[in-house]
Design a protein around this ligand. Structure first.
Ligand code: GLA
Length: 725
């Protein structure tokens, strides 16, 4: 049970496993005392003494070195030389704020965030603290929610101008976490297009380190996530703190190690190109950040994130619902198709057991390649002479659902939309627009643009009767300027873009609750918790090579569960790497997420088409286990030649183990993989061979997984409990 204990000036948030403790110092400064495994009792003076801070009435901000005080929401410029969490320009141009506690409130449940996605309440308690800066009138409302069922604390910040003159917020981070030592290593996810989310681990060093995106999207290059791990912590043991920002735009995630060897973690909207004007009475809501605490290593951290997102973030109606096995036309046809070709691909797919056929890019305007037509969301009658409805009906007549691709946030300079509304794209008057993939970005902060996008998507879904929409976003943002905002509000453009995007996604997913939306951004370039609040799954990467996908999906699972990862079997040689891998291994890896195909089934051999039928049967048979079960990483492709992961059902009676060996080597032993999450006292049967193993044997000794002697060899083992515990 989550509870919030209040003892004099101390606030102790805790549940069965974790505690988060803060206190009000004399004078109202909010000090941070502790975050981590549950504590039974706390002596504030003890913890503050460590920071060299007196706690009696002799405490005064003037005398104490704020630079040493662990704080909840500090500002730079009044004695704390570390990175601050908030910066606000006052009417006189000065930029320091001094926030003191004004009032406190304990709420059952969790208030929603205005205009931003956040974890859902129920079974949780929230501490709401109102802070005030006497000089400017700035108010900061800090919310901390602790959950019954997850070892996580969700935080958010809302700034209100309670003064009488306009203020400009130039930094409003969502989270600050001061830790009493810096004996940690930092893990972040960094990458690029087709190489999303490499795991990077390094020791914390004095100074500032971290990751950020200034691309207007959370990006391929960095993820709004960081983890601190003790140097001896690994996958299965050790202390870990994981942080994730529920936001899809530019962000910063930093660790600042001080002269005293303490560490300050910060996370929020990137402030490099951010300035938000607050007129008197106006409010600014910063996104929610989530902190997860684990004593069971990175695996424990991930399972907390997975549970939190599955239960409290993904759209409720989709979170535990089976997802259809889909076949996407992109790698099958690219831009080169007409209705008959698509129907013939769909027909072959239907015969193999596919449930949903998705028509990707190229069906609208005059789009024969990527140089034109984004924004012109009307059917290209050259390719689809009888229109979308007719194509949808033909696909449905095959017993399939029909799905469609759109890239709603974009506009091609070569489009009717651009000719009609050149001011609808982000641009700076007098400066040449920078295209990327030959396209500009719509100004999603504008209400007329939002209305246009909603109308275009609504019309497309209605006309086609689509049961699925792939929502793509294929470039990062430049020329950051909006024709709809005055000069003093141009620093708001990037965040207003994201607010507009969320508003549109919210409206559309509400209006079409039965449509399955899948996010995409040139592959996994905006795979973040913000989008997942609207769309339960995201295309992990444009890279469909099985070996590359081992890395990408393994690393993605640090934060996100298999139920969110779009992953498909594609043709060989692979279109991104040229590599040829066995069909069974492409299948084994794709089964690690929301399963589908990215190929032309007509081009497969008869044997592969037969394999497809068996694969789809297995995908469906194991779907509930794979998407709702508990996920364990077993062998890391970042540390060796083998990758292994497994999913265990909630009642621990079923498990599916996947093993992939990247390069074949002569004269080596087959992998002996130590499993996890099973019931040690039960016996398990290998469904394929009928062999019986002890649960403890599988976890302590391991399961021997013989592999074919070839590159990218794989094994999948389905286990079922055979006796009572
Ligand atoms: C992006 C997506 C691909 C495909 C193309 C279409 O790259 O990630 O899956 O939809 O756009 O242009």
């Amino acid at each position: 049970m989550a509870e919030i204990l209040r003892e004099k000036n101390l606030f102790h948030l805790r549940n069965e496993h974790i505690s988060y403790v803060l206190c009000e110092m004399p004078g109202g400064i909010l000090a941070h005392l502790y975050a981590g495994p549950r504590l039974s009792a706390v002596n504030a003076a003890n913890l503050l003494r460590h920071a060299g801070v007196a706690t009696d009435h002799s405490f005064s901000v003037q005398e104490c070195m704020l630079d040493r005080l662990p704080q909840e929401y500090p500002s730079y410029g009044l004695g704390d030389y570390r990175e601050g969490a908030v910066t606000v320009a006052a009417p006189d141009g000065s930029r320091a704020v001094d926030l003191r506690l004004a009032s406190t409130e304990v709420l059952e449940g969790k208030p929603a965030l205005e205009g931003l996605p956040a974890t859902r309440g129920g079974g949780c308690a929230t501490l709401r603290l109102a802070l005030r800066d006497g000089l400017t009138g700035l108010e900061a409302e800090l919310c901390y929610t602790i959950f019954d069922d997850c070892d996580a604390v969700a935080r958010s910040v809302r700034l209100v101008n309670g003064g009488s003159a306009a203020l400009t917020v130039t930094r409003a981070f969502s989270l600050c976490l001061d830790l009493p030592d810096a004996d940690w290593e930092l893990i972040t996810l960094s990458g690029s297009w087709a190489r999303e989310r490499d795991i990077v681990r390094r020791p914390l060093c004095p100074g500032v380190q971290g990751v950020f995106s200034r691309r207007g999207a959370s990006s391929h290059q960095a993820s709004p996530f960081m983890a601190l791990v003790r140097p001896d912590a690994g996958e299965a043991r050790g202390e870990v703190i994981g942080l994730s920002l529920i936001y899809s735009g530019s962000f910063a995630a930093r660790a600042d190690v001080s002269q005293f060897g303490t560490a300050r973690l910060l996370m929020g909207i990137d402030d490099a190109d951010f300035a938000w004007r607050l007129e008197p009475g106006e409010a600014f809501q910063a996104p929610e950040a989530v902190m997860v605490f684990s004593e069971e290593g990175l695996g424990g951290m991930s399972r907390q994130f997975h549970r939190l997102w599955n239960a409290r973030l993904l759209p409720e109606r989709w979170a535990r619902r089976p997802r259809p096995v889909l076949l996407n036309s992109w790698e099958a046809a690219y831009f080169d198709f007409d209705a008959d070709k698509l129907v013939s691909i769909a027909e072959a797919a239907a015969k193999a057991g596919v449930e949903l056929f998705v028509m990707d890019d190229g069906w609208f305007g005059h789009r024969d390649d990527d140089t034109t037509s984004l924004g012109d969301w009307f059917t290209d009658r050259r390719k689809l002479p009888d229109g979308l409805k007719s194509l949808g009906d033909r696909v449905r007549a095959l017993g399939l659902q029909f799905g469609i691709w759109m890239e709603p946030e974009m506009i091609s300079p070569e489009s009717e939309l651009y000719r009609a509304h050149p001011d609808w794209c982000l641009h700076i008057p007098g400066r040449e627009g920078i295209t990327s993939r030959h396209q500009f970005v719509l100004d999603m902060g504008r209400e007329d643009v939002q209305a246009y996008v909603c109308e275009a998507v609504t019309r497309t879904l209605r006309e086609s009767g689509a049961a699925y929409l792939k929502w793509d976003m294929n470039r990062n943002i430049t020329n950051i300027g909006s024709a709809a905002l005055p000069p003093e509000r141009q620093g708001e453009v990037l965040h207003r873009y994201i607010l507009g995007l969320y508003a549109v996604m919210g409206r559309l997913t509400e209006a079409f609750p039965e449509v399955l939306f899948e996010g995409c951004a040139g592959g996994g370039g905006r795979f973040d918790a913000g989008i997942l609040a609207y769309m339960p799954q995201f295309w992990c990467s444009d890279n469909t090579d099985a070996l590359c996908r081992c890395r990408i999906q393994y690393a993605t699972s640090l934060v996100f569960p298999p139920s969110t990862m779009g992953s498909h079997v594609s043709a060989v040689p692979n279109h991104q790497t040229g590599r040829v891998t066995p069909m069974e291994s492409r299948f084994a890896v794709a089964l690690g997420g929301c399963f589908g195909y990215e190929l032309d089934p007509r081009q497969l051999t008869e044997a592969d088409r037969a394999a497809m039928r068996e694969q789809i049967a297995m995908a469906n048979r194991t779907q509930a286990l794979r998407l709702n079960g508990t996920f364990y990483r077993l062998l890391s492709p970042f540390e060796g030649n083998d990758t292994a992961w497994m999913t265990v059902s909630e009642d621990r009676t079923e498990a599916l183990v996947t093993v992939v060996r990247a390069l074949a080597q002569p004269n080596v032993m087959p992998p002996l993989v130590k499993l996890a999450g099973l019931d040690a006292g039960r016996r398990y049967r290998d469904v394929a061979t009928g062999e019986i193993y002890g649960g403890d044997e599988l976890m302590k000794v391991g399961l021997c997984c013989p592999l074919s002697q070839c590159d990218a060899a794989s094994a999948m083992i389905e286990l079922k409990a055979v006796d009572e515990a």
